[in-house]
Ligand binder design. Structure first.
Ligand code: GCO
Length: 439
């Protein structure tokens, strides 16, 4: 059972999300090369070396995809803009074709009565900026401010909401410490700098958009519930460290102008000089916070250098990603974020969904159940007094799941990657029915 529109407060918005590199196709329309293209071209990084050259070919199938959105009865559509499509060299002269594409996308949404919720950066850093150190280079804050001017100068007048950067943890930690996302580094100093610069760039983009007179600006963070593997003090400490790095570092920076001690324990020596002075920019007031939530992790102590934690397999049912299905974490995070960081500020669930190895005609039961359980968790948070204002399902359609290539299917719409045919799944029809408006 998926709770329907009537079971949520008046004005609560429903939507679905995608991101540029995962769906558009980057081999055309004048887009420049990104660090995901080179990461994917390096053997061993991505399953079958899959890349985003064509992806879902959304660039050429825009109208069809917008119709799918309209059929889903969404209020908002969360999409992202590719920096390299707008500025192929990362800086300098904009690619008119790229700007025109986002213009058509925004107008196509408005014509269908759908609110455009833009994320400026969802991971496809232009190659020429990666050459200059990418997120490790402090100058990225200025480069990102330039990109913000370029894209929002074109579409900002018709945007409903904007967030600068999707998931600072993934951009910095996954890409520079774990090394399983572009740029594929495994270096603590690069990580610390990227973690800080990503927040600085966020702050600069907010400044730019405020100067442009834009409103409804927020930030989108991903979080994973961190559960200790045992009652041993070492396991408890490891889980708290994981929580500090993953969940508290970015919200702490954005909302409180501070980083948690347990994260600084390993990162402080590697942060850029004068990092504390940047909090004036980083804490630029926001209108909302978005939470991307998928799962929890069971965390144990691990020997060796900081951060001394390791993931352990958990007992709960898992998705195609191997991620445990843990809806309580969504409820508990919403309550915790409001209590510890955001108070009365509106919260949105900006991503939530599951990968499932499904085929057209398959009942898609697991995904429907996942949405039902997580929407119920949102209801519980609202009942506990948390100002949750919207829920956005990941994702509109099967797409490029980064290092997993095209194998992991998160879509409400099935995509056949041989012929790019789209077929709505049962979860699409179920949500469309739940989100149907009475008027
Ligand atoms: C993220 C990203 C998406 C992913 C999704 C599933 O949250 O990691 O925003 O790009 O595809 O989360 O992993």
């Amino acid at each position: 059972m998926i709770p329907n529109r009537a079971a949520f407060p008046q004005g609560f918005v429903f939507g679905t999300a995608t991101s540029a590199y995962q769906i558009e196709g980057h081999a055309f329309g004048g887009a420049g090369l990104t660090h995901w293209d080179s990461f994917a071209a390096t053997p061993g990084n991505v399953v079958r070396a899959a890349h985003g050259a064509v992806a879902c070919d959304h660039y050429h199938r825009l109208e069809e995809d917008l119709d799918l959105l309209a059929g889903l009865n969404v209020d908002i559509y969360r999409f992202s803009t590719s920096w390299a499509r707008v500025l192929p060299e990362g800086r300098g002269t904009p690619n008119t074709e790229g700007l025109d594409f986002y213009d058509r996308l925004v107008d196509g949404l408005l014509v269908r009565g759908i609110k455009p919720a833009v994320t400026l950066y969802h991971w496809e850093l232009p190659g020429p900026l990666a050459d200059r150190g990418g997120w490790c280079n402090r100058d990225i804050a200025d480069w990102f401010a330039e990109f913000t001017w370029a894209i929002m100068g074109r579409i900002g007048d018709r945007i409903w909401s904007a967030a600068p950067i999707n998931e600072p943890w993934c951009v910095s930690w996954l890409g520079h410490f774990d090394g399983c996302h572009a740029p594929g580094l495994r270096d603590i100093r690069a990580t610390a700098r990227a973690m800080h610069h990503v927040l600085l760039a966020h702050g600069r983009a907010i400044e730019v958009m405020r100067t442009m007179g834009l409103t409804n600006l927020g930030a989108v963070c991903n979080m994973e519930w961190s559960a200790p593997a045992s009652t041993r003090p070492e396991a408890q400490h490891a889980a708290r460290t994981y929580d500090a790095i993953y969940n508290r570092f970015f919200l702490g920076g954005l909302m409180k102008g501070e980083y948690p001690e347990l994260a600084l324990a390993g990162l402080q020596p590697h942060l850029p000089t004068g990092w504390q002075d940047d909090f004036a920019t980083i804490t630029a007031p926001l209108d909302w916070i978005g939470l991307n939530y998928y799962t929890r992790k069971i965390i144990d102590h691990a020997p060796g250098p900081w951060p001394n934690y390791a993931e352990r397999p958990g007992p709960l049912p898992k998705t195609q990603m191997g991620w445990e299905i843990y809806p309580d974490g969504l409820r508990d995070f919403l309550i915790r974020i409001a209590r510890e960081y955001t108070g009365d500020l509106p919260l949105y669930v900006t991503e939530n969904g599951m990968a499932n190895a499904d085929v057209p005609g398959h009942p898609d039961t697991a995904r429907c159940a996942y949405f039902g359980q997580h929407l119920a968790a949102v209801q519980h948070a609202i009942a506990a007094g948390v100002p949750v204002w919207g829920y956005i399902a990941w994702s509109l359609m099967d797409n490029y799941e980064w290092a997993h290539g095209y194998d992991k299917r998160f879509g409400l719409v099935h995509v056949d990657f041989d012929n790019l045919q789209r077929v709505p799944k049962a979860s699409y029809h179920a949500l469309a029915q739940c989100w149907c408006r009475a008027d």
